[in-house]
Design a protein around this ligand. Structure first.
Ligand code: HC1
Ligand code: SF4
Length: 558
């Protein structure tokens, strides 16, 4: 075994790529702006500096550990250095902190406080807020960017989109889309992952809460809310509950207290998706039509395919996403209501804001989903309403759509859609067969998974990817003939919707807990398969009669 000394403590080196990881292992929270273990090392912010025994200074993120190394993390020189860096950042940063979207969650604010910055010795050169509000999903404010490049690397390395990059040099350097275009005019797919890693308020999720407050207070509006699967396990921690705890009942109750009329579960929509998508897959399989079939519930993925692989659109399921299926059902159901029906979706996702606004999902100029509120926005509304979330008594969702299956709930984690569809396809409906599905390779948070099942005497090959770069790689392998699949699930956010950019930001451990929260909900659900959901059966024999294609399917045109 190899050791190094950190602040005189011997620490074992166990394959860490840099000394930052070794330092954090012993409970020292070395500050960084530009380091994420899942992104490449950029080494620009210099906050993670350490001193060696000769007094030389190194950035811990870009220095590999060596046996016998002696490192100090907290010397007077390092403290002075860090303060200086922070002051330089602050000098070039619009400091309207009290009205900033990121107030209270900003890394710069946090570190300035932690290092006791009371004044900044340099003139402020940032200017006024400088907003790009062109995207329906995210808002950029150039005046708050500290050039850490986290967004640039996320967009390029994890999402393979590359919508933003560094432009200009020296003191003019900034992060920007090519040719300084508004972000909406680029190939941005609205996944919001750049906002999820931005340490300041330079990229944030678009805030649509004002619309909801307004509709709630409008007596002529009937406000109907649907809640996505992943939201229930992503929100509790914000209110002091355990990360990953399923708080669906509290969310329903909080929304009711805020004044919304009806609350439903998007998992009901997911059950519809399972039946439709399984049907579509079987039809293709039996007719020998072109496979693979790609899932279509992730709007960032759909847009990515439209931008980069238009020829694949014929392979993407025609199923609307659960959110859109449920919304068209809801609008149909309340068609004759004497009030204007406003369908709001609470989603873990920023791209859903874009999906809801697509032309394909409008009827007579009216959107099926009137607007989307992310989990983060819901948190703000609950706080604004003064609701003490941890003390709210849970309530159930409303009738007549008040039933969901466990299959519909696990949609929120990578592999969930696939498992739900396989449950539908499996001939063997026994409990043990259902349990065995969990071990076919569909579960877990890996970015690329493979599984295979037997169906009607043949092998069905399945791939499950999250993170668009993983999707891109897979598509290349398919095109080159290296890989063959029949069914492919794609989610843009690494880990699936539980790690959506609309959720409160979390880490790997948090993603595991959220995922476990959804599988727990499935285990506790007495309805495991979508086809066993009585609401779905009633819909097919009622409201959906003769309208399945119109309400549940879509042809993307762009
Ligand atoms: Fe998702 Fe979906 S699972 S896309 O991740 O298919 O957003 O949670 O609502 O529509 O159901 C998101 C989550 C969500 C849809 C469903
Ligand atoms: Fe890139 Fe996603 Fe951010 Fe758009 S929203 S700039 S695609 S990371």
């Amino acid at each position: 075994t190899e050791f190094m000394l950190i602040d005189n403590i011997p620490v074992e080196i166990t394959g860490e790529k840099n000394i930052l990881a070794v330092i954090r292992k012993i409970g020292i929270d070395l500050p960084t702006f530009c380091y994420y273990s899942e992104l490449s090392v950029y080494g620009a912010c210099r906050m993670c500096v350490v001193e060696d025994k000769w007094g030389d200074i190194h950035a811990a993120c870009s220095t590999p550990p060596k046996a016998g190394m002696e490192i100090r993390t907290n010397t007077p020189r390092l403290r002075k250095y860090r303060k200086m860096i922070l002051e330089l950042f602050l000098a070039n940063h619009c400091r309207d902190c009290t009205t900033c979207e990121k107030n209270g969650k900003c890394k710069l604010q946090e570190l300035a406080q932690r290092f006791g910055i009371k004044q900044v010795r340099f003139n402020n050169t940032s200017g006024e807020p400088n907003l790009d509000t062109s995207s329906l999903c995210i808002v950029r404010d150039k005046s708050k960017c500290i050039l850490c490049g986290d967004c640039v690397r996320m967009c390029d390395e994890v999402q393979k989109v590359g919508a933003i990059d560094f432009a200009y040099r020296g003191s003019k350097m900034r992060v920007s889309p090519a040719f300084d275009e508004p972000i909406a005019n680029t190939n941005c797919v609205g996944c919001g992952q750049c906002a999820a890693v931005c340490p300041t308020g330079a990229i944030v999720v678009r805030d649509d809460t004002a619309k909801l407050w307004q509709d709630i207070s409008d007596k002529d509006a009937k406000v109907v809310v649907q809640i996505a699967p992943a939201v229930r396990v992503g929100i509790g921690k914000e209110f002091g509950l355990a990360e990953g705890e399923n708080v669906m009942g509290r969310i329903v109750a909080a929304l009711k207290r805020m004044g919304v009329d009806e609350v439903f579960d998007t998992s009901t929509g997911a059950d519809l998706t399972v039946l439709e998508e399984a049907g579509e897959f079987l039809a293709k399989l039996q007719k020998g039509e072109k496979l693979p079939l790609f899932t279509s519930c992730c709007p960032a993925w759909v847009q990515f395919a439209e931008n980069n692989y238009p020829e694949l659109m014929a392979n993407i399921s025609t199923c609307r996403s659960p959110m859109q299926m449920f919304a068209s059902v809801l609008k149909e159901h309340y068609r004759h209501s004497n009030r204007r029906t406003v369908v709001v979706a609470v989603m873990p996702c920023t791209a859903k804001k874009f999906e809801g606004a697509r032309d394909e999902f409008m009827e007579n100029g009216v959107r099926n989903v009137d607007y989307v509120i992310t989990t983060q926005e819901l948190v703000k509304m609950i706080r604004e309403a003064g609701i003490v979330f941890s003390e709210v008594e849970p309530e159930s969702v409303d009738m007549p759509f008040g039933a969901v299956s466990g299959a519909g709930v696990i949609f929120g984690v990578t592999g969930g859609v696939t498992e739900a569809v396989i449950r539908r396809l499996a001939d063997d409906k026994s409990v043990s067969a259902l349990r065995a599905l969990a071990f076919t390779g569909v579960r877990g948070l890996h970015g690329v998974k493979e599984a295979s099942i037997e169906y009607a005497g043949r092998e069905v090959r399945i791939a499950i990817v999250s993170g668009l770069k993983n999707a891109d790689n897979l598509i290349r392998q398919i095109k080159s003939g290296e890989k063959h699949y029949d069914f492919i699930e794609v989610m843009a956010c690494p880990g699936g919707c539980i790690a959506g950019a609309g959720q409160p930001v979390t880490n790997e451990e948090g993603r595991k807990r959220r995922s476990a929260g959804l599988y727990d909900a499935d285990r506790m659900s007495s309805i495991k398969r979508s086809e066993e959901n009585p609401v779905i059966m009633a819909l097919y024999s009622g409201l959906l009669k003769g309208k399945v294609h119109k309400l549940l399917h879509v042809e993307y045109r762009r």
